[in-house]
Design a protein around this ligand. Structure first.
Ligand SMILES: NC(=O)c1ccc[n+]([C@@H]2O[C@H](COP(=O)([O-])OP(=O)(O)OC[C@H]3O[C@@H](n4cnc5c(N)ncnc54)[C@H](O)[C@@H]3O)[C@@H](O)[C@H]2O)c1
Length: 281
C-alpha cells in the first residue's frame, strides 16, 4: 500500500527520489528551503517524465498524473502527514543533525526517517532523534530514475521492522535494495572511492593519461565508465569529502586523499559541474 512520503531537498537526488515515488503511486511532499530549487526540481521531473513518455516507457497521460501527486513545499511542516521521510538535503553533518532533530517532532510518531547521505553516520543521525530505531539510510544512486541499486544502511539502533519495511518499499519502487551496516563509506563508496583515488595517484605519478586509465578499466575490466570519468560525474569535491570521512572514520592511511585530488578541488576543478576536471565539458 502506498502512502505519503516527504522528500527533503529538491536537488539532484531529491527530485529523482520524488520522481520515482510519485511514479509508483505515492503522494509526495517535496520540501526545500530554496524556492528556486523547488521550481528547478519540478521542472527536471517534468522533463524526465516527458522523455520517458517519448521513449514509450510510460504513457503520455501518466505525465500530468504523476506530477499531480507531487506537492512542492518550502517548510518542513509538510512532513506532518508522512509515513516515510527521505532526506536528501546538502551533505553537511550539522545540517542533517538539525533536520532530523526537527523532523522527529514534525513527522508522525510511527514514521520512518531515512537519509540519502553518502557518508554521514546513520547511527549519529539517529541519535539526534527520540526514535533511533526508526532511522535508516536509504542511499539511492544518481540518476535515481535509472539506477537499480538502493543501499539500505542499518544504524546501531535501527530495528528489524524498520529495515524490513524499508527493503519492502525500495523493492516496490522497482529497485534492488541491498542491506549493509553503518561504517564510514558504507559499501558503495568504501569500494568505489579507493579505486578512484588510486586512478588519480596513477595520473599524478605519470603512470598514464586519464584517457588511458579510463580505457584500461572500461575495456579491461568491463566497467561502463572509467574511474576518472566517473569522478568528474560525481564531482571531485564530493569525492574528496567522502575520502576524508573514510580516512577520519577508519583511521587507515590507505584512504588518504591523493594530493592531486586536493589540488584540483582547491583550484575549483570539480569535474562536470564546473566545466573542468580530468576532462573538459
Ligand atoms: N549527487 C550524487 O550523486 C549523490 C548520490 C548519492 C547520494 N547523494 C547524497 O544525497 C544528498 C543530496 O545530494 P544532492 O547531490 O542532491 O545535493 P544538491 O546540492 O543537488 O541538493 C541539495 C538540496 O538540499 C536543499 N537544502 C539544503 N538545506 C535544506 C534544509 N534545511 N531543508 C530543506 N532543503 C535543504 C538545497 O536547497 C538543495 O536544493 C546528500 O546527502 C548527498 O551526499 C548524492
Amino acid at each position: 500500500m502506498n502512502g505519503t512520503v516527504a522528500v527533503i531537498g529538491a536537488g539532484t537526488m531529491g527530485n529523482g527520489i520524488a520522481h520515482v515515488f510519485a511514479q509508483h503511486g505515492w503522494t509526495v511532499r517535496l520540501i526545500d528551503v530554496a524556492p528556486a530549487a523547488l521550481d528547478k526540481g519540478i521542472a527536471t521531473i517534468r522533463s524526465n517524465l516527458e522523455r520517458q513518455a517519448k521513449k514509450g516507457t510510460i504513457s503520455p497521460d501518466a505525465v500530468p498524473e504523476i506530477l499531480g501527486r507531487i506537492e512542492a513545499r518550502p517548510e518542513l511542516e509538510g512532513a506532518g502527514d508522512a509515513e516515510l521521510v527521505v532526506e536528501a538535503a546538502t551533505e553537511r553533518a550539522d545540517l542533517k543533525f538539525d533536520l532530523f532533530h526537527r523532523l522527529d517532532t514534525i513527522a508522525p510518531p510511527a514514521a520512518i526517517l531515512a537519509s540519502n547521505t553518502s557518508s554521514i553516520s546513520i547511527t549519529e543521525i539517529g541519535a539526534k532523534t527520540r526514535r533511533p530505531a526508526q532511522v535508516i539510510g536509504m542511499h539511492f544512486m544518481n540518476p535515481v530514475p535509472i539506477m537499480q541499486l538502493v543501499e539500505v544502511i542499518r544504524g546501531q539502533a535501527t530495528s528489524d521492522e524498520t529495515t524490513r519495511r524499508t527493503l519492502e518499499i525500495a523493492t516496490a519502487l522497482g529497485k534492488t535494495p541491498v542491506e549493509v551496516n553503518d561504517y564510514p563509506g558504507f559499501v558503495a563508496n568504501r569500494v568505489l572511492l579507493p579505486m578512484i583515488n588510486e586512478a588519480i595517484y596513477a595520473v599524478m605519478e605519470g603512470v598514464a593519461t586519464p584517457e588511458a586509465i579510463d580505457t584500461v578499466m572500461k575495456l579491461g575490466m568491463g566497467h561502463p565508465m572509467g574511474p576518472l570519468t566517473l569522478a568528474d560525474f560525481i564531482g571531485l569535491d564530493v569525492c574528496l569529502a567522502i575520502l576524508e570521512v573514510m580516512h577520519a572514520g577508519l583511521g587507515d592511511p590507505k584512504y588518504r586523499p591523493c594530493p592531486l585530488l586536493r589540488r584540483m578541488v582547491a583550484a575549483g576543478e570539480l569535474g562536470r559541474k564546473s566545466g573542468k576536471g580530468f576532462y573538459r565539458y
